[in-house]
Design a protein around this ligand. Structure first.
Ligand SMILES: Nc1ncnc2c1ncn2[C@@H]1O[C@H](COP(=O)(O)OP(=O)(O)OP(=O)(O)O)[C@@H](O)[C@H]1O
Ligand SMILES: [Mg+2]
Length: 259
């Protein structure tokens, strides 16, 4: 049984169908990629899985239980953690205090076990940002802030970790270290679902990749299968020279991917 089953999910915003009957599964202990062009519906899928967005139709099943109508905080208690594409740290707090708040909230909730990693310094060390411990969160580089979000999320000891473009802002060597950290988290038994545009990272760490385009899953498979899939190639590369595709994809920010 998969840990997560996204079952025929539809999300409509007025006349825009952001997610269009998307179904995919995430196996426990895996690193799974959710990729697709800008505007494909990836973040909206994350919002449905975490409970920030109610789907128009469809179901989210975690560990065999239908959580489609479950509030956000109860999903967090059941082990779902995430980071945000648009950073959500407390800007006026230090990096340390951002993680401390996450630990304190988690440890203060009745019925939850204390975090496996319940030490601020250890979490900062784990994600590699100890040098920034006493800096205000609004003064650190974007890539560091993404790692801070990861540390905060890990403070809640998540079983399923959703990462929305975690490597943007990281340089090449930082991205390499980040990939190794993801593998370490998976080896410890956590499950990672990652939205990411850095194809070297996605292809290097993911066990399985699902590809979204215009809200629908158009392909799924191993990195080797996805890399040579002509449907995926067209979804990414076809748009580069088709101006009329701008309606569904943010032309100003389109990333053409070397798969
Ligand atoms: N709250 C909203 N109201 C209206 N439309 C929305 C809303 N959120 C997302 N959309 C639209 O839904 C579609 C999917 O957006 P989403 O942010 O999920 O894409 P994405 O795959 O995460 O893109 P990116 O790679 O650029 O982050 C887009 O057309 C977007 O404009
Ligand atoms: Mg997004």
């Amino acid at each position: 049984m998969p840990l997560l089953h996204v079952d025929d999910v539809v999300v409509q915003f007025g006349g825009v169908t952001a997610v269009n009957h998307a179904s995919f599964e995430v196996e426990a202990g895996s690193i799974t990629g959710l990729i697709g062009p800008n505007g494909a519906g990836k973040t909206t899928c994350f919002n449905v899985i975490t409970g920030l967005q109610t789907p128009t139709a469809g179901h989210i099943v975690l560990d065999g239980k239908d959580i489609t109508r479950m509030p956000v905080h109860r999903r967090s208690k059941r082990g779902i953690g995430r980071t945000f594409q648009r950073l959500e740290a407390f800007g006026s707090l230090t990096v340390s205090d951002n993680v401390r708040v996450a630990l304190d909230i988690h440890d203060g909730i009745p019925g939850l076990f204390r975090s496996a990693v319940n030490d601020v310094d250890a979490l900062l060390e784990l994600v590699g940002i100890s040098d920034y411990a006493n800096e205000r969160a609004d003064s650190i580089p974007t890539g560091t802030a993404r790692l801070l979000e990861l540390a905060r999320s890990l403070a809640t000891d998540p079983q399923l970790l959703l990462l929305d473009e975690p490597s943007s802002g990281l340089d090449e060597s930082e991205t390499g270290a980040f990939g190794a950290l993801l593998k370490q988290l998976a080896a410890e038994g956590r499950t990672v679902l990652m939205v990411e545009h850095d194809m070297d990272l996605v292809m290097g760490v993911c066990d399985t990749i699902h590809v979204l385009d215009f809200g629908s899953i158009i392909a799924q498979g191993t990195p080797a299968e996805i890399r040579i899939n002509p449907v995926v190639q067209k979804a990414y590369l076809g748009y580069a020279d088709e101006a009329d595709h701008d309606a569904g994809h943010d032309a100003g920010d389109t990333k053409v991917l070397a798969l």
